[in-house]
Design a protein. Structure first.
Length: 268
């Protein structure tokens, strides 16, 4: 019996995937786990402050684990900044800075896992991401680094060598691939301000703003990585970023329950 070669019709079959106008692919993407709550625990803003700042937040998360599927991602904080500073002084390339900077949020994730172990906290690597349904079914709280796995393949930045895809970007990308509408960032400020409120007491809080409007304003200081705001403008699922003050009691719980506390940056 002879087998003939079969050609499957596809608009991408003869495409180099690099032309200005890519072939139109009309599709309805699948939201994998839209009911998950994706949260980032800030490194410098929360973890570096120690138990006084962190433990009350963990108590709120533990109390909420039976009502919500929680995916926790960790920031790097001051130690990551030290790595970037030293590596930059040694004139190492951006890709190596990204690889080195990824170790610190991973350390923070391991510490967070130990602190939440009795509540089902489990440390996961990027390769364990597809196991999330199993972890949630078992009642676990998966905890991972917020750093996306670009590593040595991190894109060159416009100014300097600091990686543009850091832990905020990883949190957003995790929410987007899971089909989650809102990603929650636990910081030490009441939200987004017109300037750094720690340095400028006259800075005003912005309760809600569209991503494109925020890009137009070109604020000197942002509470989130700028690349995340850019990606928000073309997101398919994650249409909101919520920045809350985790140092204020009850704020994490209110955010998990869907209250528009802090600042909401939305896709406009």
């Amino acid at each position: 019996m002879s087998l003939e070669r079969r050609t499957i019709d596809s608009p991408l079959a003869n495409s180099p995937l690099t032309q200005t106008e890519a072939p139109s692919l009309s599709y309805d993407p699948v939201a994998l786990m839209p009911d998950v709550k994706v949260l980032k625990v800030g490194g410098q803003s929360i973890m570096d402050r120690g138990r006084t700042a962190l433990f009350p937040i963990l108590d709120e998360l533990a109390a909420a684990k039976d009502r919500h599927k929680l995916l926790l991602c960790c920031g790097g904080g001051t130690r990551a900044r030290h790595i970037y500073a030293v590596a930059s002084d040694l004139e190492l390339p951006t890709g190596l800075l990204a690889a080195l900077g990824g170790y610190v949020p991973r350390q923070n994730a391991r510490m967070l896992q130990m602190l939440l172990a009795r509540h089902g906290g489990i440390f996961i690597l990027h390769d364990d991401f597809e196991k999330l349904p199993l972890y949630f079914r078992l009642g676990c709280i998966p905890i991972m680094t917020g750093m996306p796995p670009f590593g040595y393949w991190e894109k060159p930045t416009e100014n300097g060598r600091i990686p543009q895809h850091r832990t905020d970007a990883g949190v957003f990308l995790s929410a987007e691939v899971l089909g989650v509408k809102r990603a929650i960032f636990i910081k030490d400020e009441d939200g987004l301000f017109t300037d750094d409120p720690k340095k400028n007491p006259n800075a005003a809080r912005i309760p809600s703003i569209g991503a494109r409007e925020l890009i137009k304003r070109d604020l000197a200081d942002l509470v989130l990585e700028r690349v995340v705001i850019e990606y928000l403008t073309r997101a398919r699922f994650c249409h909101e970023l919520q920045i809350i003050n985790g140092l204020e009691p009850g704020m994490v719980t209110r955010a998990l329950e869907g209250e528009n506390v802090g600042t909401i940056i939305y896709k406009d």
